[in-house]
Design a protein around this ligand. Structure first.
Ligand code: FES
Length: 159
């Protein structure tokens, strides 16, 4: 759990994000949520409730946007996102071994975040780059023709 979730979340950052805008409407939600996530590292429930109170935008709409886009995280999320492909093209070329190597190196399972908040590990059905199979993605970077032996060195580059 990161420091901000241990302490009471400070509302000052939210105040600054909203102060630069006037007449906030539902259409403004996406960039506002991006700024909130940038500031807090994720979209804390308390901050979304406060956003509802200060703007009058219904919580259902706020959560609708927050859950629609993959980029938004409702739970604390690591600085880096590691995505492994579990699709067929990657699977037949050793994708399972790469997933296991990531789990071993980071010491976490799918959907978890390391204690130091550096990495969150996810698997996806296909990364859309099957010609590079097996593929791993870290943040916005793709690494193709991966082997389990390359995983440790690759992750160390992001520490
Ligand atoms: S199956 Fe792995 S990128 Fe498509």
């Amino acid at each position: 759990m990161n420091k901000q979730t241990e302490d009471c979340l400070d509302l000052e950052s939210l105040g600054k994000i909203l102060a630069s805008r006037e007449n906030i409407e539902s259409a403004d939600l996406s960039p506002i949520l991006q700024e909130i996530q940038l500031s807090y590292g994720y979209l804390p429930k308390e901050i979304l409730l406060e956003l509802n109170r200060r703007t009058g935008i219904p919580s259902s709409q706020i959560y609708g946007v927050a859950t629609f886009y993959e980029q938004f995280h409702l739970e604390p999320h690591g600085k880096h996102t590691v995505r492994c492909c579990r699709g067929t093209a990657c699977h037949v070329k050793g994708g399972r071994g790469i997933i296991q190597a990531v789990q071993r190196v980071l010491g976490i399972d799918e959907g978890e975040t390391t204690d130091d908040m550096q990495f969150t590990f996810e698997t996806v059905a296909c990364l859309g780059t099957c010609f590079l199979a097996p593929v791993i993605m870290i943040d916005n970077d793709y690494y193709g023709n991966m082997t389990s032996g390359k995983v440790k060195g690759l992750l160390e580059r992001y520490k």
